[in-house]
Structures are given as C-alpha cells and as structure tokens.
Design a protein around this ligand. Structure first.
Ligand code: PMP
Length: 367
C-alpha cells in the first residue's frame, strides 16, 4: 500500500503510483505472455518490442537525429566516468597515432562535485592529461563552494583535446546550465572546436526538458533513477563517430577497453551484447509513454519551469525574512535540485523534523 507522503528524494526518486502498479502486474504476467517481465528472455520478441519502443520514446521526444545511437546499459553515471575516458582516448589514439600520452589532453569543465569526480576518474585512468577548463569554486561567493556557472571569458579550453566534458545538472550542489540560448550561464558551444567531441552528463536532468543543441554533442548519458525509472539502467546517446574499434586502438598503445564498456559493442548489438537491465527499462518505458501521452517534453518543461519559479520565489521570500540561505547564484540555480540551508543553530534539524511530521520525506541533502 502506498502511504500519503511527498517524496523529495533526488535520486532514486519518486515514481507515479499508477506506473508502479502497472509494473507490478507486468512482473506477474507481462503483456499476456503468462511470464513475468523479469523471467522473460532478453532475446524474446516481446522484449525486443519493449526496447525499440523505449528507444523511440526517447528519440522522438528529444529529437535525436539518425546519426546517433541510443544504447541501454548498466554501471550508472559512475560507470560512464570510466567508459567515456577509455572510449574517447581510444578514438583519439586512432585519429592521432603519433601524439604521446603527455600531449593527449582531456578537457573537464568542473562546476560541481559530480564533474569533479568524473575528472578524478580521468586522472586515475591515465592515458592522457586532465585540463580543468574552469573550476566553479574559483568564482563562488566564498571561493570554496560550487555555486555558479563561471563567466565564459574565464574558460580555458585546450587547443585540440580528445574531448570536452561537462555535467549539465550538478545534483549535489544545485548548479545547472541554463538552456536559454545566449545566456551567460548556457554552455559556450561557440567557444569550442566543432571537431572536438563534447560529452555531457545528464544524469539528473534527463527528460525534464529538451536538450539544447543536442546535435553539438558527441555523447550524452544519464542514469534512469532520477527522472524516469529505477536504478540499474544507464542510457547513452552516442554519435556515430564514437563507435570506434577499441582493439585496433589498443594495438597502437591505448588502454584495452572492457568489452561491456565499448560503445561500438553496445550500439552494434542493439544493447544485447549481454543481458540489459530489463526491469528498469520496463518501468522507464511506462514512464516515458505516460509522459508522451500527457503532452510530452514541452508540457513537462513548462510544468518544471512553473515549479522551479514557485519554489525559488518562496525561498527568496524566506531568505528576506532571514530564515534560509540559498547559496547558488542567480542564473545557475537548478530546476531539478534546489539546495538551501536553514539559518540558525539547530534550525535545520528542526525544519527536517517538522517536514517529516508533515509527510515531506528525504528533504535532507547530500552529506
Ligand atoms: N552524475 C550525476 C550528475 C549524478 O547525480 C549521479 C548520481 N547521483 C552520478 C553521476 C552517479 O550516478 P550513479 O550513482 O548512477 O553511478
């Protein structure tokens, strides 16, 4: 039985009750096959239909062009921190066999703790050097916190990096790129070299509004557990030119790539090289179908804009009264994860207890 609460969890997040009820039925008997979804072969006709439908729901609503593959895999956003580096360094090696590891550069835009973590994984894996294009903390009010998308004139891209990496919505810090064309907080595509692949972590804003300039990206990835389904599913939108033969790159000295992380393997096999995360794919299909039937991404974008405006207006009022502090600077505030602090000794604990008593759950942010 569902109880009447409001779940604010940033991820895993709340899913509609009607969807969970439908998914529960499918667990017992999937579309009159007599077999539950988690007991069905991933190579069955029924699951093939589900996969194609899930793909088309994403492709249509995000207007993904035909030179991009949509792949479903596992390992989460964190798995992609590694996969991005391995696949893109292999690609760079094939295109530039004479460039040394010392000269090979990966450009990371660090606007919060997730992009920072991704850049640390790139450093750990090696095979190239990490250039931090810009670090949001340098331009914060305190000099320590991630609270802004830094001014574009402070960004220092490398001349020919293997790729440029950014995180569209920083879940922990509540910092998000603007999707208004020309905004000072939009991603500065105009400053990048069009031949350099751009990679974006969309884990916590995927399918919450259209993706601006999707065609200027080489790779977009997201975990399902924030906006569309249970954890366990990672969605990749991969441009054709990233599907490279990583074994050929390894012969030239690149690091060998574990087969389940190779983008070409995932795309060529139609996400069936190994068993994909079937249940999260099923729930995501139900969620995205409902989204499509209730007005699609455009309507959702409008709803999300209204919610964000209402929430930040309310927080502004509370800030004027000295009750809360909103750290993130104007223009960089996330629509998905609004972060704020309570002012005064013990106020936060009291607020959380009061919220809990009213059925407002999981409001406490990242530790
Ligand atoms: N990137 C972002 C923006 C995230 O919010 C998260 C998860 N909180 C991750 C990456 C890591 O994802 P996962 O837990 O699926 O590895």
């Amino acid at each position: 039985e569902r109880v009447d609460i409001v779940n604010f969890g940033a991820g895993p997040s709340a899913l509609p009750t009607s969807i969970l009820e439908e998914a529960a039925k499918g667990l017992l008997n999937y579309r009159n096959t007599g077999i539950g979804l988690t007991e069905l072969s991933h190579r069955s006709k029924e699951f093939g239909t589900l996969t194609k439908h899930l793909e088309s729901l994403i492709r249509e609503q995000l207007e993904v062009p035909s030179n991009y593959h949509i792949a479903f895999t596992q390992g989460g956003g964190s798995g992609q921190f590694s996969a991005v580096v391995l696949n893109l360094l292999a690609r760079h090696r094939l295109l530039n066999p004479n460039v040394t590891d010392e000269e090979r550069v990966m450009d990371y835009v660090v606007t919060g703790s997730w992009s920072k973590k991704a850049s640390e994984e790139a450093k750990r894996l090696g095979g190239g050097k990490v250039n931090v294009v810009v670090d949001g903390r340098t331009y914060s009010k305190t000099g320590k916190a991630f609270d802004n998308i830094p001014p574009h004139d402070k960004w220092a891209f490398s001349p020919k990096p293997a790729f440029v990496y950014y995180c569209e919505n920083e879940t922990v810090d509540g910092v998000q790129f603007s999707h208004e064309e020309g905004s000072a907080q939009a991603f500065p595509f105009h400053l990048t070299d069009p031949s350099v692949p751009i990679v974006a972590d969309y884990s916590s804003s995927f399918m919450s509004r259209p993706i601006p300039r999707l065609k200027d990206h080489a790779l977009i990835y997201a975990g399902a557990q924030k906006n569309i389904g249970p954890s366990g599913l990672t969605i990749l939108i991969i441009r054709d030119d990233l599907l490279v033969d990583t074994d050929a790159a390894a012969k030239l000295g690149a690091a060998p790539v574990p087969i389940t992380l190779v983008y070409k393997t995932l795309a060529d096999s139609g996400s069936l090289y190994n068993t994909p995360p079937m249940f999260p794919m099923y729930v995501s299909e139900l969620v995205l179908e409902r989204m499509k039937n209730s007005g699609g991404l455009q309507r959702l974008e409008e709803a999300n804009r209204r919610k964000a405006t209402l929430l930040y207006d309310t927080l502004d009022e509370a800030e004027k009264k000295g009750l809360v502090k909103v750290k993130v600077q104007p223009g960089s505030k996330s629509w998905m994860n609004a972060t704020f602090e309570l002012v005064g000794e013990g106020a936060e604990q009291k607020f959380l207890e009061g919220a809990e008593a009213k059925g407002f759950k999981q409001l406490k942010g990242h530790r």
